[in-house]
Design a protein around this ligand. Structure first.
Ligand SMILES: NC(=O)c1ccc[n+]([C@@H]2O[C@H](COP(=O)([O-])OP(=O)(O)OC[C@H]3O[C@@H](n4cnc5c(N)ncnc54)[C@H](O)[C@@H]3O)[C@@H](O)[C@H]2O)c1
Length: 328
């Protein structure tokens, strides 16, 4: 990210956005933008994908409203285009959602760079490619941003805003304002393998795959273990506030060091950020400061923690974890 000057008008309410690619994600993204009042030009090289758009988008729009007329109104705000030049006319942003093939994205971005005036933001929904590679043939890279939805994107509130070395900080701020305008929550991170969410998610999943490969835990025990222990805490507070609330940093550090000693795996080695907190005695809620600063006494924090967790677990324990699905 650079601090270079970057001035863009805020996302205009009701303005026009082009979504390129009317596949699985393009359909979700176009429906969502239309729901929040934007005019959407949905472009796909394959006319059949456009023909089937309304059929695929209706159930998505139906999650926004029970009112059939309102659903129809949302879908009416999406116009369908096979020509990219026509689709980008008058837009303030383009959101690319073509398949995850580098050459295809490079080609689309070269075309967008040529077709769109400098004030048009060019966003990609890539899940794994680097912006630096996607913009290989783009001259004006300073307007390119990653805006990455998490499936199902019309329901999961968080969107990753990905930036590269050439991205002005002002464009990341613009991206956050845009994401706010569709009632989602933007989290920014630099381009890197896994971005932010997959990096965290796959850290857990790779450990789970390993446990299963080695026959150390069953599918059902793994799901129950996560669902009824770390899952609810993470859902309520995220990993860092959870740590402040449940374990002194000195213990967390001792656990990571012990895992490191026992496995020899450098991944477990207690990181600098954690050691620094321990050195400062910022152990968490019990010392009034951890990752967060606490204004209430430890007893009051624990009481509130337990109240929130009890509420959530009461709801969760009453549910059949596979209820609603037909599974073995
Ligand atoms: N599927 C997911 O759950 C998910 C989640 C987050 C992000 N993503 C990312 O979103 C992007 C799209 O994924 P998807 O699953 O929707 O793909 P998809 O294959 O369902 O759809 C891609 C669409 O792009 C169209 N297309 C290809 N080249 C084109 C071009 N030059 N001009 C116009 N249209 C073109 C195709 O015809 C197709 O309809 C990928 O980058 C993917 O990594 C996917």
């Amino acid at each position: 990210m650079t601090e270079q000057d970057f001035h863009l008008a805020p996302p205009p309410p009701g303005g026009r956005i082009c979504v390129v690619g009317a596949g699985f994600m393009g359909c979700v993204i176009a429906s969502l933008y239309a729901r929040y009042g934007y005019e959407v030009a949905l472009c796909d090289a394959n006319a059949e994908m456009l023909d089937s758009f309304a059929t695929r988008a209706r159930p998505i729009a139906a999650t926004f409203s029970n009112d059939g007329a309102e659903v129809a109104h949302i879908l009416d705000r999406v116009t369908l285009e096979t020509s990219l030049a026509a689709a980008v006319e008058g837009v303030f942003m383009v959101h690319e959602a073509v398949q995850e093939v580098l050459e295809t994205k490079q080609e689309v971005f070269a075309d967008l760079d040529r077709l769109c005036p400098a004030e048009v933001v060019l966003a990609t929904n890539t899940s794994s490619l680097l912006l630096s590679d996607i913009v290989l043939r783009v001259e004006d890279k300073a307007r390119v941003l990653g805006i990455h939805y998490i499936t199902p994107g019309h329901i999961i509130p968080v969107i990753e805003i990905i930036h590269a070395d050439f991205t002005p900080a002002g464009l990341v701020a613009w991206g956050r304002a845009f994401v706010d305008s569709i009632d989602h929550v933007g989290v920014a991170c630099p381009e890197r393998p896994g971005f932010l969410i997959n990096k965290i998610q796959f850290a857990m999943l790779t450990e789970i795959y390993r446990l299963m490969d080695e026959g150390l835990a069953s599918r059902d025990d793994i799901d129950a273990a996560v669902r009824l222990s770390i899952g609810p805490r993470l859902a309520l507070w995220g990993p860092l506030l959870t740590e402040d609330l449940i374990v002194p940093k000195s213990t967390a550090l001792a656990v990571t060091d012990s895992l490191h000693r026992q496995t020899g795996d450098e991944n477990y080695k207690g990181r600098k950020v954690l050691r620094t907190l321990v050195e400062k005695n910022h152990l968490g809620a019990m010392t009034g400061q951890g990752w967060y600063r606490f204004h209430d006494a430890p007893d009051a924090v624990v009481q509130e923690r337990d109240r929130q967790l009890t509420d959530l677990l009461a709801w969760l324990r009453d549910r059949d974890p596979v209820g609603g699905f037909r599974l073995d």
